[in-house]
Design a protein. Structure first.
Length: 260
């Protein structure tokens, strides 16, 4: 009789472990599909995610190789390249209506800030997000459709702490003799995102994070313009006064635009 009870208990433990493993695998796939399916609908650019790994038991997770593409017309390959992001989770919340993420730590992302004098690639993606989530001038019906899509796409989120550090900004000025510069991305620290019963959607979280990244990238780009101008002037010194004046005029236009 005792042997039978032991066997039953062992079988129950195995079933529970298998159930937890299956749930984790299901969530992993759901997150990846959600990011790659709904990300482009909100940002209007290609969004790819390498892998997602969530552990219900450990309350941890990891996302790798997130790539956010560029809007049409921009020349650089992508706007954002993120190698790895580690997560600490409230395990119980993974099966509830609102997923609570205790912390997200993004290390060494590479941000490309490309401008054509009118609008930067990051600002354009942010404008797309504003539009599809109801924050832009053409929110209206599209916002309603977006909200419906978000409801189908997944649950609400809460992120208590998010740290982005060790990143780089690649500044690309298409009209300044093709010159570019790479500068450090200042540390970005966000807290209490989606606190309260309502939480926030994935698109709303993306908008908050992208706005913070765009702000720091624009600051960095403004500071890098002087170096780009010097390099461009050196490159065009053999073209005479006409070429030099053209580069000076272009760099002044960029500096004025970034200060807006």
């Amino acid at each position: 009789m005792k042997k039978l009870v032991v066997r039953i208990l062992i079988a129950l433990v195995v079933l529970v472990l298998l159930a937890v493993l299956a749930a984790s695998l299901f969530l992993d796939g759901a997150v990846k599909r959600g990011v790659e399916s709904y990300g482009p609908k909100f940002t209007k650019v290609e969004v790819k995610l390498g892998s997602v790994s969530l552990s219900l038991i450990a309350g941890s997770g990891k996302m790798t190789k997130l790539v956010v593409g560029n809007p049409e017309g921009y020349k650089t390959p992508a706007a954002i390249n993120m190698g790895t992001a580690s997560l600490a989770l409230n395990s119980k919340s993974l099966l509830s209506d609102k997923i609570v993420v205790k912390s997200i730590n993004v290390q060494g992302p590479e941000i490309t800030f490309e401008t054509d004098f009118k609008i930067s690639n990051l600002k354009k993606i942010l404008a797309n997000l504003e539009e599809t989530t109801g924050g832009g001038e053409q929110g209206g019906d599209r916002a309603k459709q977006a909200q419906t899509t978000q409801g189908k796409a997944g649950r609400k989120l809460e992120v208590d702490d998010m740290l982005i550090s060790g990143g780089k900004i690649h500044v690309s000025i298409t009209s300044l003799a093709g010159k570019s510069a790479t500068i450090p991305l200042p540390e970005i620290h966000l807290t209490d995102l989606g606190k309260g019963p309502e939480g926030i959607t994935g698109a709303e979280l993306a908008k908050i994070v992208l706005a913070a990244i765009e702000k720091e990238a624009a600051k960095g780009a403004s500071g890098a313009v002087a170096d780009l101008e010097k390099s461009a002037l050196s490159l065009t010194k053999d073209l005479g006064p006409t070429g030099t004046n053209a580069v000076k005029k272009a760099s002044k236009t960029i500096s004025d635009w970034l200060k807006k």
